[in-house]
Design a protein around this ligand. Structure first.
Ligand SMILES: Nc1ncnc2c1ncn2[C@@H]1O[C@H](COP(=O)(O)OP(=O)(O)OP(=O)(O)O)[C@@H](O)[C@H]1O
Length: 408
């Protein structure tokens, strides 16, 4: 009797709900596609490409539409013998400077074994190597820089590359940049001269509404889910939840995939609305745990102070009292404590992350003050603290007190 058994009554192709899947059809982006095609038109016409800057929140289709249109463009360009198009795509997330992005581009263009080192050259040397690789490639080159905001203020490449031809670094090759970002502040921070060139054509992708997300989910479910694998109403529910929260297609797709997994694990024959509810809580918890894992030691100690008060049923609790709890925890863990003002800042950050909630109380002549409480389940907060702080005994005591008070 096999111990692994194939389950395929819900998913026909689960990968189609994953991040790496490239949809055959783009839904609900006709206006954006039209404007984007307009910006890419000079390439087909044989002229220098426009530089394009795309922005919008996470999950609104910036990358999907770009990949889709560049595939179409590469196919259509084969009709014209005098246009030789190459597309280079780089995600800048881990490359946070012009230098690193330029090295990555050089290495993408060089054959295996001829790559350059990621350190040790003057920046202009790397840029020159990049120009000579681009010149060797020839034709029209479109360079897509996804998550371009990771470059930060070290943005010299964004100034130099679009000017490479006019400055005589490139003779024959025509280069166009496509920058993609979900950081709305990035554009404003750019040097005005960079803004002028990089943002020659700007496209904004707004968040999706529920009805748009439903269409995206319907077209994806046709590929991903079996005919009877999904109850009516499930796609609408996933779409409505994602629209209310972020307007992100990624969130809607994640919710549907996870709901399918919950249904599958329960050996149910179709995804139902209660599976979506469970999936939503699970995603929410993952988000919070991820936020908590990224806290600094003092952020964690400040949170643990709130957790400790919650175990004693003493929340909402004022900063002053939380500070005393925090100081005691610092002493137990052998950590120097911060001033009350800094702890207050950590509490505000925890609130921004959705881990704490705060109430503002009026206090007559002495001004207003905040009192804090957990905005996440007690158990997820304690669990996330347990594996990082060296406070096993204290955390066990907090758990005991919580059990005594039936706080779970
Ligand atoms: N209009 C659409 N039609 C079909 N699928 C879409 C559409 N918009 C987004 N998607 C899908 O949603 C997911 C997220 O989209 P995408 O990666 O393009 O978002 P993004 O705006 O680039 O987000 P980020 O800024 O986080 O990179 C992908 O799986 C993508 O295929």
């Amino acid at each position: 009797m096999p111990r692994f058994e194939r389950k395929q009554n819900i998913f026909r192709n689960k990968d189609a709900l994953g991040e790496s899947y490239q949809p055959e059809r783009i839904e609900e982006r006709d206006d954006e596609i039209e404007a984007y095609m307009d910006a890419l038109q000079p390439i087909i016409d044989g002229w220098e490409p426009n530089n394009v800057f795309l922005y919008g929140n996470t999950g609104v289709g910036k990358t999907a539409v770009t990949d889709f249109l560049l595939d179409v463009l590469q196919e259509d360009v084969t009709e014209y013998d005098d246009v030789d198009l190459s597309v280079l795509s780089v995600n800048c997330k881990t490359l946070n400077s012009s230098y690193q992005v330029a090295v990555e581009l050089v290495n993408t263009l060089r054959p295996a074994g001829a790559e350059i080192s990621t350190t040790g050259y003057p920046q202009q040397t790397v840029f020159k190597k990049l120009y000579s690789e681009l010149e060797a490639l020839g034709g029209t080159v479109v360079i897509v820089l996804d998550e371009i905001d990771s470059i930060g203020d070290r943005d010299e490449l964004l100034y130099e590359l679009p000017r490479a031809r006019s400055n005589g670094y490139l003779e024959t090759t025509k280069v166009g940049l496509i920058g993609i970002s979900n950081d709305f502040k990035f554009r404003e921070q750019l040097d005005p001269r960079v803004q002028d060139t990089l943002c020659e054509r700007e496209l904004q992708f707004p968040p999706y509404e529920a009805s748009e997300l439903t269409n995206i989910l319907e077209s994806r479910a046709e590929v991903a889910i079996t005919e009877d694998g999904c109850d009516g109403g499930v796609l609408n529910l996933c779409a409505a939840l994602a629209a209310r929260d972020s307007g992100s297609a990624r969130q809607a797709l994640d919710l549907l995939r996870l709901a399918g997994e919950v249904a599958e694990n329960n050996d149910d024959d179709a995804i139902r609305e209660h599976h979506v509810d469970q999936a939503r809580s699970k995603l929410e918890q993952e988000r919070v745990e991820e936020g908590m894992r990224e806290l600094t030691t003092h952020g964690r100690l400040a949170l643990l102070a709130v957790v400790s008060k919650a175990a004693k049923e003493s929340t909402p609790c004022r900063t002053r009292e939380l500070y005393q709890e925090y100081e005691a925890l610092c002493e137990s863990s052998g950590t120097d404590s911060l001033a009350q003002r800094s702890v207050h800042n950590h509490l505000s950050d925890l609130r921004m992350l959705g881990i704490l909630s705060a109430k503002e109380n009026r206090s007559g002549s002495r001004g207003n003050y905040y009192s804090y409480e957990l905005d996440v389940p007690f158990s997820s907060a304690v669990d996330a603290m347990a594996d990082v702080l060296y406070l096993d005994d204290e955390i066990e005591t907090i758990r005991d007190i919580a059990r005594m008070n039936s706080v779970v």
